[in-house]
Design a protein around this ligand. Structure first.
Ligand code: 6R9
Length: 648
């Protein structure tokens, strides 16, 4: 087994040793009230909490509260409290899509901009508890919009700028959001993204579904001509002129909602994951400090998009709560060329770099010289998130990018967990390539078999967490029953992650991937059911089944089995049409990689599609199809095997 021991240079810099980790961890699980009571003080409270943990995973009574009698404001914690000491320090370091464009926003400027946007929202009637939807490119105004909402107690719902008008409409409607903040266009890899046009279509679709958006606040990014609805649309640069740069932060209860973030599950429509104020902020800030061994003055860069939870916790809230300089990147890793990440690291002297395995694999394929022609001497810690990292990519990241000078933190967590749950701590934890290593403070992972029996010691099974941590989601927005059903009913009394994992002889955790019908494409979570429902909404499709298959760069690719309506002929042109249709319905991230026309799908006699078989065929591993005796028509399998799209 390949173990990379903590180096002395890492130890010298690290805030914690492995002994500290062990001692802190023990205390965090034996005395959560004492531990979190102390660390809860890392943020500023308007009214200090007197209660710490009050949580129940009991069937019928899932109830999660942390610091429940304290009050605070997240924006004040991320901005105002730093003004005395670091008003002139850069808060957001913005790097544009075009390498010639970048700017630094100080904490003082951030304060003024966020206050202005908060006042502009107030002027349009937004108040505590209202939902504000944010559909933005990676520009500082996206962070202003989140923080402005938090400042006035509104609940933000950020929708990734790559989602389609349909997907945006569903989220506007789901959150009954009266306000949408967007931009004229986005800019990525030299290409424009028609955000305002998409937003207009989304508003039309939402209106037809019965929810009319009242205000669309539009940030001017590219200056393109965009359609305008006078009664509804407001230019940010105009509203800004009229808005005061002073807006007192709203006093929020620790358990008041901070944001909703929609994420895919194995069934139904995406779920609105709800996070609240106090516990989330404490957890985001604390994990940011210790997982990245963040020190005052470090330049920190997380390459995620604010449309995902990683962008929420580790571009905006965690780093800003810690008074860090957080780099925000508008572009993509391969524009103008595949050296971009490393060039940006040199340009801004980045110390901590956090990205996704899919990007690492793609850049690994671009050749070492793209990396080695840059310096990267500023780097101290490297991180990954979003999907399992294969040891080959881990080793390349460690050797070629980090030149063995920086530890790698492979951080496992989810939208639902609010922050990192399983991870090494730099300079404390010995590393094993491909393992997320050890649980963070307060996190108690447990493996269970399919019957729910706990597996102790060295084992492989379904990954559960047996007790609450402060960053945990509190509910599914508007549907607490579905919250319990989705996360606490499979294994009663435990939070079920949907992931499989192994625990080895050193107590190290290895995440093996989803065990439900969720696939992970380039680090983006997708329910196979969502892609299926997009496919069957096409008039020529009668039935569809979607599975993931191993993909060199994306981690998993999207493989679709499609049964056509009577009289429809399969063709290459129709495949293209279906791919375009799915992109239109969900967005480009859901583009099918393979489409196989199937005269029939393998079903049990009770009509259940046997996905296990479909997965095997998509993996080109049909020699091991397993038991097919329960199939209604075993012959359909032969046709599927015969016409499979993936052949080794
Ligand atoms: C933060 C984020 C969550 C799912 C999760 C798991 C996968 C994330 C991982 C990882 C292996 C890691 N995942 N980090 N798998 N190793 N370090 O990605 O949230 O978009 O909700 O996805 O991603 O399968 O369940 P989210």
């Amino acid at each position: 087994m390949n173990i990379i021991q903590v180096k002395n240079e890492w130890k010298a810099r690290a805030k914690l040793t492995n002994d500290d980790y062990e001692a802190w961890y023990r205390r965090s699980v034996e005395d959560p009230d004492g531990f979190w009571g102390e660390h809860g003080k890392r943020v500023d409270w308007m009214t200090p909490f007197t209660k710490v943990k009050n949580t129940s995973f009991a069937p019928g009574n899932i109830d999660i509260r942390w610091f429940e009698d304290g009050t605070l404001n997240v924006a004040a914690n991320c901005i105002d409290r730093h003004l005395d000491k670091r008003g002139d320090q850069t808060a957001i370091l913005w790097e544009g899509d075009d390498p010639s464009e970048s700017k630094a926003i100080t904490y003082r400027e951030l304060h003024a901009e966020v206050c202005r946007m908060a006042n502009a929202l107030k002027a349009r009637g937004v108040k505590k508890g209202d939902r504000v939807t944010i559909y933005m490119p990676m520009i500082p105004e996206a962070a202003y919009a989140m923080l402005a909402s938090a400042r006035i107690g509104a609940i933000h719902s950020v929708v990734f700028g790559g989602f389609s008008p349909d997907a945006l409409a569903g989220r506007l409607d789901g959150a009954a959001s009266d306000v949408l903040i967007t931009a004229d266009e986005g800019l990525r890899g030299g290409r424009t993204v028609p955000l305002k046009k998409n937003a207009d279509r989304a508003c039309d679709i939402a209106a037809k579904a019965g929810h009319a958006v009242k205000t669309v606040l539009v940030v001017r990014r590219t200056g393109a001509d965009v359609p305008w609805t006078e009664s509804r649309d407001v230019w940010w640069h105009e509203a800004r002129e009229k808005a005061s740069a002073d807006c007192p932060p709203e006093e929020m209860g620790a358990e008041d909602p901070l944001f909703i973030l929609y994420t895919s599950g194995s069934t139904g429509k995406p779920k609105g994951v709800l996070h609240t104020t106090g516990g989330y902020l404490v957890f985001a800030a604390m994990t940011h400090e210790y997982v990245f061994d963040y020190h005052d003055g470090d330049i920190y860069w997380c390459t995620a998009d604010v449309g995902w939870v990683t962008g929420h916790s580790y571009i905006v809230y965690g780093p800003l709560a810690n008074g860090a300089t957080t780099l925000m990147f508008e572009g993509v890793p391969n524009y103008p060329d595949t050296s971009r990440f490393w060039q940006v690291i040199d340009k801004h002297k980045v110390n901590i770099f956090y990205t996704a395995p899919t990007a690492i694999r793609a850049l690994m394929g671009a050749g070492d010289d793209k990396v080695t022609t840059t310096s990267r001497k500023s780097l101290k810690v490297l991180g990954t998130v979003g999907e399992p990292i294969n040891p080959e990519a881990w080793n390349w990241y460690y050797r070629v990018v980090g030149e063995e000078r920086s530890p790698i933190v492979d951080t496992w967590w989810q939208t639902e967990t609010g922050g990192i749950l399983i991870t090494p701590l730099p300079g404390a934890t010995d590393l094993k390539p491909g393992s997320a290593t050890r649980p963070f403070f307060g996190v108690i992972p447990q493996l269970v078999d399919n019957d729910g029996t706990a597996l102790e010691g060295v084992a492989e099974g379904n990954l559960c967490i047996t007790d609450s941590w402060p960053g945990q989601m509190r509910t599914i927005y508007g549907d607490h029953d579905r919250f319990e059903q989705t996360y606490f009913s499979t294994y009663k009394g435990k939070y079920f992650t949907g992931d499989g994992a192994k625990c080895d002889e050193d107590g190290y955790w290895w995440i093996t991937g989803r065990v439900d019908d969720v696939i992970n494409v380039s680090g983006h979570r997708m329910g196979t059911a969502e892609v299926e429902s997009a496919l069957v909404s096409h008039p020529k499709v009668s039935e569809a089944a979607v599975v993931g298959y191993p993909h060199d760069i994306k981690g998993q690719g999207i493989y679709c089995y499609v049964t056509l309506m009577e009289g429809q002929e399969p063709s290459e042109a129709l495949k293209k049409e279906l791919v375009a249709h799915v992109r239109e319905e969900i967005g480009p991230i859901a583009s099918p990689d393979k489409i196989q026309f199937a005269p029939g799908l393998p079903k049990t006699r009770s009509g259940k599609i046997m996905r296990r078989i479909l997965r095997k065929i998509a993996e080109d591993d049909f020699g091991a199809l397993g038991d097919t005796s329960t199939l209604a028509y075993p012959a359909v399998v032969d046709d599927l095997v015969e016409n499979r799209e993936n052949r080794k």
